[in-house]
Ligand binder design. Structure first.
Ligand code: NI
Length: 172
């Protein structure tokens, strides 16, 4: 396993749509393990493969926030098959946009279909932080960032700040 460097705003790769995983190879298993390690190291509660520069539809999540009781989850080709009408607002952040947070409204509960590392199809219904997180990560697979859900003013401000920092060769 290895910790891989994170792709940070305004890196254009964050806007790429990711491709279906296809057969679950050793490469995919290693990718998922590296993603978990990178996510725990950051630390963060969720990561999409594109955030380490890989355009595959792989997502890792652990919403336990407890180092001693980890609940790693790996989703291959996740898709939302149902979303509740009720909404939930959460102050979101993103490992690709460090130290920036913004309130995003999304469906409160979602049902997600995905494959596990054995290639078996699974379905879960998610609520709370897991629901928010999985919707945020699936957005990444489609080249969408949580700042796209904010006002244009807020989005432009954060993009400009990170673009300036990148030019100077520093973190924002
Ligand atoms: Ni993110």
């Amino acid at each position: 396993m290895a910790i891989r460097p994170l792709v940070i705003l305004p890196d254009a790769r964050l806007r790429l749509p990711s491709e279906p995983v296809g057969p679950v190879t050793d490469e995919i298993r290693t990718l998922a393990q590296d993603m978990l390690e990178t996510m725990y190291d950051a630390p963060g509660v969720g990561l999409a493969a594109i955030q380490i520069g890989v355009t595959k539809r792989v997502v890792t999540i652990d919403t336990s926030k407890d180092e001693n009781a980890r609940e790693p989850r790996i989703f291959l080709d996740p898709e939302i098959v149902w979303a509740s009408e009720e909404k939930r607002v959460y102050d979101e952040g993103c490992l690709s946009i460090p130290e920036f947070y913004g309130e995003v409204e999304r469906p409160d509960r979602v049902r997600v279909r995905f494959r596990d590392l054995e290639g078996r199809e699974q379905e879960i219904e998610a609520d709370g932080l897991l629901s928010t997180c999985i919707q945020h990560e699936i957005d990444h697979l489609n080249g969408v960032l949580f700042i796209d859900h904010l006002s244009k003013l807020k989005r432009d401000r954060v993009v400009k700040k990170f673009a300036k920092a990148a030019k100077r060769g520093e973190a924002a």
